[in-house]
Design a protein around this ligand. Structure first.
Ligand code: PLP
Length: 476
């Protein structure tokens, strides 16, 4: 007997409106007026979402820029099944085989001059929290090389940054609208400007130098001996897909080195191929002290994050207890506190790590990093042709399959297109069967960048459909 889909869908919609609290969604839209949530998605394959009512959507956001290998990989489901049967959970204090192999693989892929060391979490926010703790504790245990170590607690980040949802990661996030009403934020989180070549009046190279100089000045003014770390994404994602000038990260690295400040790169979005290189920092010839990862680590098939540190950072924790006992290293921390005191129940979950490993194997086996570079270039070209000259398009930009379209009211003045119009364009695309994202409004009126971050397996005809859909939505 055929199930009654119409009533099944209605029943789910009723329960959803009543019981599910969706993130970043005005409750009013589903509870106070007559509208209903869209029919639940029940299946997905490659880049397409299938809903119970028979409609489909091309997911040009790759979930939340994470489903890099595309939906429906049975291979990953089998790996998860096998791993769960074998070892459904292990305290992160022990090493499971998948965790050990994944940490080793990440170190190999990072390709730094010395081995890297991974501390696993269950999300990107927690990876950033761990990075801040590690940075502070690194300095506290570093008094011999840096007498000001114990004073260093400040974390500098950028106004347009998003680093997560937990207290520290939220404090490091810029984007005022994410924090209004949740104050006071923890102290010691300082902000500097974000590279934004489209809105800079300088040459790209000068813009990069200016921003590095402003970081340098901020560190000096705060008192360099109070600053633990600077964190940024190699390419800003949620803040509006902002590709920095080529010289920016190298200059930032120099500034950090001059002041003994650690450089943390948040590669939660850009890690594992999204920008057309295995890691975003590989484009810029810079090695960070700490890198944070999530999303593409498992292509979203399992929740997993990692905070990966350089050998130099690790050595302070690794050697410290013994060295302190032997009086070789001066530390402000008593020896019993000299190890990293941090634990996440689900960090390094054996099933998630097994999936992560196989996910990376797929990325390498199918040449998906190269494909992200090629399809990203194709998508940008197609967008340029379809909407590049549109009166409401200021710029099409990005790297690899991380693409942004900045919407303006006027191309000459570059006045941002207003929030309502931008929201309407996103909704029109969704109604036409294409999911596109939009940057978080940093302050009112600045949510004017459409975001495209599809799975790496997106096809050319699908890129063309995205461009056509956007053109029609902009015209409307
Ligand atoms: N960092 C960046 C750059 C992100 O985009 C995100 C999430 O979108 C995070 C950190 C936080 O990751 P999670 O949502 O897994 O906690």
């Amino acid at each position: 007997e055929q199930p009654n889909f119409a009533s099944l869908i209605e029943d789910l919609q009723r329960k959803e409106a009543k019981h599910v609290w969706h993130p970043m969604t005005q409750q009013r839209s589903w509870s106070c007026d007559e509208s209903k949530p869209p029919a639940a998605v029940h299946y997905a394959h490659n880049s397409t979402l299938y809903s119970l009512d028979g409609s489909t959507k091309l997911d040009a956001m790759g979930g939340l820029w994470c489903v890099n290998v595309g939906y429906g990989r049975e291979e990953l489901a089998r790996v998860a099944y096998d791993a769960m049967v074998q070892l459904p959970f292990l305290s992160p204090a022990h090493g499971s085989i998948p965790q050990i192999e994944l940490a080793t693989k990440i170190s190999d892929l990072l390709d730094w001059s010395a081995p890297a060391h991974a501390y696993f979490t269950a999300s990107g926010s927690e990876a950033n929290e761990a990075a801040f703790k590690i940075a502070r504790q690194f300095h506290a245990a570093n008094v011999e090389q840096d007498p000001s170590g114990p004073l260093r607690y400040k974390i500098i980040s950028r106004h347009r940054a998003y680093h997560g949802n937990t207290a520290g990661a939220m404090a490091a996030t810029g984007q005022a609208e994410r924090k209004i009403g949740f104050g006071p934020q923890p102290p010691g989180y300082i902000k500097v400007g974000t590279p934004y070549p489209y809105r800079s009046r300088e040459t790209e190279a000068q813009h990069g130098l200016d921003l590095a100089a402003s970081l340098d000045e901020t560190i000096r003014m705060e008192g360099a001996e109070t600053v633990a770390a600077f964190i940024c994404e190699p390419i800003t994602s949620g803040g509006g897909v902002l590709v920095p000038p080529e010289n920016y990260l190298k200059e930032v690295r120099k500034v950090c080195d001059d002041h003994g400040v650690l450089l943390i790169l948040d590669e939660v979005v850009s890690g594992f191929g999204r920008t057309g290189a295995m890691f975003g920092h590989h484009h810029y010839g810079v090695t960070p002290d700490i890198v944070t990862l999530a999303k593409g680590l498992t292509s979203g098939y399992q929740p997993l994050g990692a905070c990966v540190v350089s050998d130099r950072v690790f050595a302070n924790f690794h050697d410290c207890p013994d060295a302190v006992h032997q009086g070789k290293v001066a530390s402000t921390l008593p020896p019993r506190l000299a190890h990293l005191r941090s634990i996440n129940t689900y960090g390094g979950h054996p099933v998630a790590c097994a999936v992560g490993l196989r996910n990376i194997e797929i990325v390498e086996r199918e040449g998906l990093v190269e494909r992200a570079a090629e399809m990203g270039a194709f998508l940008k070209r197609t967008l340029e042709e379809a909407i590049g000259a549109h009166k409401h398009v200021g710029e099409v930009r990005g790297r690899g399959l991380l693409v942004g379209v900045e919407l303006v009211a006027d191309r000459d003045t570059k006045t941002p297109l207003d929030d309502d119009a931008c929201g309407a364009i996103v909704r029109r695309c969704a109604d036409a069967g294409v999911v596109v994202g939009r940057n978080a409004s940093t302050v009112p009126g600045l949510g004017n960048v459409l975001i495209l971050a599809p799975p790496f397996v997106i096809e050319e005809h699908e890129c063309a459909r995205v461009a056509e859909t956007l053109r029609a939505a902009l015209d409307a």
